[in-house]
Design a protein around this ligand. Structure first.
Ligand SMILES: Nc1nc2c(c(=O)[nH]1)N[C@H]1C(S)=C(S)[C@@H](COP(=O)(O)O)O[C@H]1N2
Ligand SMILES: [Mo]
Length: 513
């Protein structure tokens, strides 16, 4: 017979917490990180932008002063958002350690920390544009998993001996690693994945093919940017942490505002229209002199002007506001959209379906304007309005109203060292929709000397240039300047990117041995 009254269980309140504090902190970190993975797996399965890290980063960006976001873009370029997400993940891991230590003293305190973090993630997700109440779920799952982990640890892990504790934590970390792999797979192939839709889309043959500039379009110099920028190398700038996953089946483009008739178009409606293929160079207003936020691609899409005309726009509407699936906006002068230039709603880029990061399934491209006032990705809405009535995203943040791109030129090669003798100096120059008529190079304080230019078929692309320089040993400065198609020489006046685009001449300092 067992004597149930003679219990050997110790007095819990009097006992010191099981296991060393460091092990509890480690358990907290593992709980937080695996919780985040659980949240991201849940999101990947049904709502990519509701992933806790994406939602929190989106909110951090939305509420950061513009100076901070611009500093991020300038300092880290395209790596700004992965870095922000990594930083937030570290902060959450740290919060996990704190929750672990708190749980050691009083489980309710640790659970409370997990609940507060989950609530913050949930609030961030449901307040994002176009995300409903269901967006709270991934963060709730993350918090619940983290709390469950700490509970398991407290009840069956912490009291073991050192190697038992390590085995316990390794097992939980292993589950996390497996969930991480599953997340990556779900992102690529899961129901929330737009990649599958995109893969299934074959870009149709254009009704109006681009005029090919021929082999002379590319001077083919080592180190020189190719005339056509491959999609994988094309710069990417946007405010989205995770590119919006737009479902092409239900995608609609709405035209409204100061129009005679509101219209909506499906993706099939777009494909049924006359398809136009054009080579157009796109550049970012944030690009510093000599910078790489510029690229040239062969776009395929429909005429923006023709599509808008079907809605019978009011001639008093001077601004076309385009809106993306994630609520970003750009304001383009209606006069420029309707002046006959090849303003496109593009569905293809360099022969491939528009990459998800570049706006799948549809984006705007307007030759001659910076991206922030024209190149809306994940396009869903076109509103004819006035500049007086509405300030779009970057205008509200004190960037300049739209103006034609500045004439710019860049030296791509050589770098900072060369051997004496003939050195090929080469680069690109752009002044979209005005074209480039000349590029000149200056060595030290010498005269401006004309460079050889590549062939172009239109004024809407950049143009390569090259110059065979007879380099003598010593330190030299090479400076480049371009002249646009209207005969205007690029200004040497130095201006920063904000508010209306950088100006000044690009130079490189080179040591010739
Ligand atoms: N939806 C959306 N579209 C956007 C942006 C954005 O933040 N969100 N950024 C614009 C800016 S500032 C530029 S320079 C171009 C860059 O296009 P790319 O990323 O395809 O090179 O996209 C434009 N379209
Ligand atoms: Mo931009």
């Amino acid at each position: 017979m067992t004597d149930h009254t003679a219990s050997t269980s110790p007095d819990r309140t009097a006992e010191a917490p099981a296991g060393p504090a460091a092990a509890w902190a480690a358990a907290g970190v593992i709980a937080a990180v695996t919780g985040l993975i659980a949240g991201h797996l849940a999101a990947a399965l049904f709502l990519p932008r509701a992933a806790p890290l994406s939602a929190i980063s989106d909110v951090v960006i939305a509420f950061s002063p513009p100076e901070v976001t611009e500093w991020g873009i300038e300092t880290f370029g395209t790596a700004d958002k992965p870095l922000l997400q990594t930083g937030i993940a570290f902060a959450l891991a740290l919060a996990g350690a704190v929750a672990g230590l708190a749980w050691r003293r009083a489980p309710i305190a640790g659970a409370l920390i997990a609940a507060v973090l989950a609530a913050a993630g949930a609030a961030a997700a449901i307040t994002r544009p176009e995300l409903g109440a269901a967006a709270a779920l991934p963060s709730i799952i993350a918090g619940a998993w983290a709390a469950a982990c700490l509970h398991w640890w407290a009840t069956r892990g912490a009291a073991r001996d050192a190697s038992g504790r390590r085995r316990f934590l390794a097992a939980v970390a292993g589950i996390g690693a497996a969930a991480f792999a599953a997340t990556l797979l779900a992102r690529r192939f899961g129901p929330g994945s737009v990649e599958a839709d995109r893969d299934a889309f074959t870009v149709p043959e254009p009704d109006l093919p681009a005029t090919d500039p021929g082999p002379g379009a590319d001077l083919d110099v080592a180190g020189l940017a190719p005339w056509r920028t491959p999609n994988g190398d094309f710069y990417r700038i946007d405010t989205a942490i995770t590119s919006p996953a737009v479902d092409v089946e239900s995608w609609e483009l709405r035209v409204h505002g100061m129009v005679g008739q509101v219209r909506t178009y499906t993706f099939d409606d777009l494909l049924g229209r006359e398809l136009i293929e054009r080579d157009i160079t796109l550049c970012c207003v944030s690009n510093p002199v000599g910078g790489s936020l510029v690229g040239n691609a062969r776009w395929i899409g429909v005429s923006l002007a023709d599509l808008l005309a079907e809605s019978d726009p009011d001639p008093a509407a001077d601004q076309l506001v385009s809106r993306s699936a994630d609520g970003w906006t750009a304001g383009t002068p209606a006069s420029m959209v309707f002046d006959g230039r090849d303003a496109l709603i593009a569905v293809g880029m360099n022969g491939a379906p528009l990459p998800v990061d570049h706006g799948w399934p549809a984006r705007m491209v307007v030759p001659g304007l910076y991206g922030y006032v024209s190149a809306t990705k994940w396009l869903v809405d076109l509103e004819l309005t006035t500049f007086d009535a509405y300030d779009p995203y970057w205008i509200e943040r004190d960037w300049a109203l739209p103006a034609p791109v500045h004439t710019a030129s860049r030296i791509d090669t050589p770098g900072s060292k060369a051997d004496a003798g003939t050195v090929t100096v080469a680069g690109v120059a752009w002044a979209q929709h005005r074209g480039i008529s000349a590029v000149e190079l200056k060595v030290d304080d010498g005269p401006w000397t004309a460079c050889e230019l590549s062939d172009v078929a239109t004024d809407d692309t950049w143009r390569q240039w090259r110059y065979d320089w007879d380099a003598e040993s010593g330190d030299h400065t090479l400076t480049v300047r371009a002249t646009d198609g209207d005969g205007r020489v690029q200004t040497d006046e130095v201006a920063p990117p904000k508010p209306s685009g950088a100006t000044g001449l690009h130079n490189v300092k080179i040591t010739v041995a």
